[in-house]
Design a protein around this ligand. Structure first.
Ligand SMILES: Nc1ncnc2c1ncn2[C@@H]1O[C@H](COP(=O)(O)OP(=O)(O)OP(=O)(O)O)[C@@H](O)[C@H]1O
Ligand SMILES: [Mg+2]
Length: 272
């Protein structure tokens, strides 16, 4: 059985109805993701209680917050894997709340995502995992796919692991493969959920460098959820700290450091 995350990656919700018109690709500096007044509860539990955030093309926003504050939920709303109770999510100037699934699938082709638990297809090799979105969403020939898969894996230092199964990879390697798959369709928007969690400092540093390199090479709007402050400082232009369903502060790392808000300074102290 596929996990919901894997189903989204596979685009299996496709209905076969004619695709929505292509939205314009992100230009540098143009808002790629705009969140306004987002609310999300599960039963009595209010998780997101009015989130406003904008991420522009060419910019990386690090999303910080304690465990259980709704960071992964926020990314899932942006991908359309979950629906908000109220509020607006604009992707490349298109409202996605209430968007029909076939139009959402079209839009998702422009979004690369790495879920918190990589969500690789267990029964496919590394090579087949990366080729999957290419097979599904492009008209590439087998040869073109093979070349592209090799390029993508080389980009994350995983070209030697082509034939391995995900279960035979370490956690860090699975994240790298997930990252390569997220980049397969050259997305304008990149969403990464804890790309360095559970990794040793050296591997984390390598992933950070990789993310920085990708930012230089592609003009993406990126949201990176992380609890790793060092990583956030390295890769992000701006940071946003979630607490009790809201963004308590948003700004550069030094703006956060200079904040007089007690929760912000405690969060930075505890995590540094
Ligand atoms: N599908 C769901 N049904 C019910 N509750 C959910 C669901 N998804 C998330 N939650 C709840 O929403 C809250 C926020 O979860 P989320 O996974 O977004 O946290 P997080 O900030 O990503 O935490 P972590 O840093 O540990 O990954 C949690 O209390 C979680 O149990
Ligand atoms: Mg999470």
């Amino acid at each position: 059985m596929m996990q919901p995350e894997q189903a989204v990656l596979a685009g299996v919700e496709e209905t076969g109805i004619s695709p929505a018109p292509e939205s314009s690709p992100g230009k540098s500096g143009a808002p790629a993701v705009i969140l306004q007044g987002l609310h999300k509860s599960f039963g009595n539990q209010i998780v997101l209680d009015g989130i406003d955030l904008t991420v522009k093309s060419g910019e990386t926003l690090a999303m910080l917050g304690r465990s259980g504050t709704g960071k992964s939920v926020l990314l899932k709303l942006i991908i359309g894997l979950q629906q908000p109770d109220s509020g607006s999510i604009c992707i490349n100037e298109q409202e996605i709340v209430g968007l029909p699934i076939d139009a959402m699938n079209q839009l998702r082709k422009k979004m690369g995502f790495l879920f918190q638990h990589a969500a690789l297809y267990d029964s496919l090799t590394v090579e087949q995992n990366i080729a999957f979105p290419l097979k599904r969403h492009t008209k590439m020939t087998e040869n073109e796919q093979t070349t592209r898969v090799k390029e993508l894996l080389a980009g994350v230092g995983m070209e030697a692991e082509l034939k391995k199964m995900p279960s035979d990879l370490s956690g860090g390697m699975q994240k790298r493969v997930g990252l390569a798959r997220a980049l397969a369709l050259e997305p304008g928007i990149l969403l990464l959920d804890e790309p360095t969690a559970g990794l040793d400092p050296i591997t984390s540093g390598e992933i950070d460098e990789l993310i920085l390199k990708l930012q230089e090479e592609h003009d993406m709007a990126s949201i990176v959820v992380t609890h790793d402050l060092h990583s956030a400082k390295t890769i992000a232009d701006r940071l946003a700290l979630l607490h009790e369903g809201r963004v308590v502060i948003e700004g550069t790392f030094s703006e956060l450091e200079n904040s007089t808000d007690q929760f912000v300074s405690e969060f930075l102290k505890r995590d540094s």
